[in-house]
Design a protein around this ligand. Structure first.
Ligand SMILES: NC(=O)c1ccc[n+]([C@@H]2O[C@H](COP(=O)([O-])OP(=O)(O)OC[C@H]3O[C@@H](n4cnc5c(N)ncnc54)[C@H](OP(=O)(O)O)[C@@H]3O)[C@@H](O)[C@H]2O)c1
Length: 271
């Protein structure tokens, strides 16, 4: 799997990582075991970047358990999602316990109370408990505020939505991220599953075989990573086997502009 240098942070991240929203919000032996299996598979195929949040219920705990013996091989990107400083500090203490005392990328979820959480994260960075501070938002309506936060110079990474049918970030966010040398994480790379519910016809996927991939989800993921301003896409899955499939999209050669446009056309057609 190709690794990219995460902006100016120096961190080497895999192009394909994994999200945990909904899929890892589980309780009980069987369900949790399935999550451990998915994490082991992700590590095996080199997709060792895992995104979580206290907003995702049990996900941070389950992910932490899954990595109990293999924490050193993983990069954790989690978040603080709290309206108050006090609640935020509690969330961070809990997450540091789940992840054995350190988190590689700590993000402010949906920019909630960002002015309050930023100094806390800066302190943790000075103590070397976290490496990179980031901010996330899922909605283009918040990109004005996200730009402001990026311009403070106090964050080194962003997490934003980007796929063949959601290209708003191309206008201002990605150019700004590139000029500030920020790490870029892409959330919802499969449109929360919406883009893969229906698939183009087999013959329409033929032209993409020359890029070393065969399936529609791989094509959608490779579309994102063919933009060099992106560092890592984090598809979520509840099924063993998918991370192996998804990871295959994380290697060059990357799509030409013409083939990228072709993917957009196909995505519009199947939606
Ligand atoms: N504000 C924020 O910061 C924010 C907001 C939203 C999301 N996120 C992060 O981004 C991550 C990803 O977004 P998401 O979970 O909303 O959606 P997503 O990754 O775009 O899509 C997930 C869906 O895709 C399906 N899928 C994955 N790989 C597949 C494959 N190879 N073939 C067919 N189906 C496949 C999964 O179904 P199966 O379970 O059947 O595989 C799942 O239903 C989240 O988990 C979270 O970590 C962050």
């Amino acid at each position: 799997m190709e690794k990219r240098i995460f902006g100016k942070t120096g961190l080497r991240v895999p192009t394909i990582g994994m999200g945990t929203w909904r899929t890892f919000d589980v309780r009980g032996r069987e369900e949790e075991r399935r999550c451990y299996q998915i994490v082991d598979e992700a590590l095996r195929v080199g997709a060792n970047f895992f995104d979580s949040s206290p907003m995702y219920g049990e996900a941070e705990r389950v992910l932490g358990e899954a990595l109990r013996e293999s924490r050193d091989r993983a990069l954790i990107a989690t978040k603080v999602w709290a309206g108050s400083l006090r609640e935020g500090k509690n969330q961070i203490q809990r997450a540091l316990r789940f992840f054995q005392g350190r988190v590689e990328v700590y993000q402010i979820h949906n920019l909630l109370a960002w002015q309050e959480h930023l100094p806390v994260l800066e302190e943790l960075k000075a103590e070397k408990k976290i490496q990179v501070i980031g901010a996330t938002h899922y909605s283009p309506s918040a990109f004005g505020v996200l730009r402001q936060v990026m311009e403070t110079g106090r964050i080194e990474a962003i997490q934003i939505p980007y796929h063949a049918l959601e290209r708003t970030v191309e206008r201002e966010i990605l150019p700004l991220a590139e000029s500030l040398k920020l790490g870029v994480i892409v959330m919802r790379p499969l449109g929360e599953g919406m883009l893969v519910r229906r698939q183009p016809e087999v013959k329409e996927l033929e032209p993409f075989k020359k890029y070393g991939i065969e399936t529609w989800p791989q094509i959608l993921l490779k579309w994102i990573l063919s933009d060099p301003r992106v560092h890592v896409a984090i598809p979520a899955t509840s099924k063993p086997g998918r991370m192996t499939e998804n990871a295959q999209a994380g290697n060059p050669p990357w799509f030409s502009e013409e083939d990228r446009e072709r993917v957009c056309y196909l995505a519009r057609k199947v939606i």
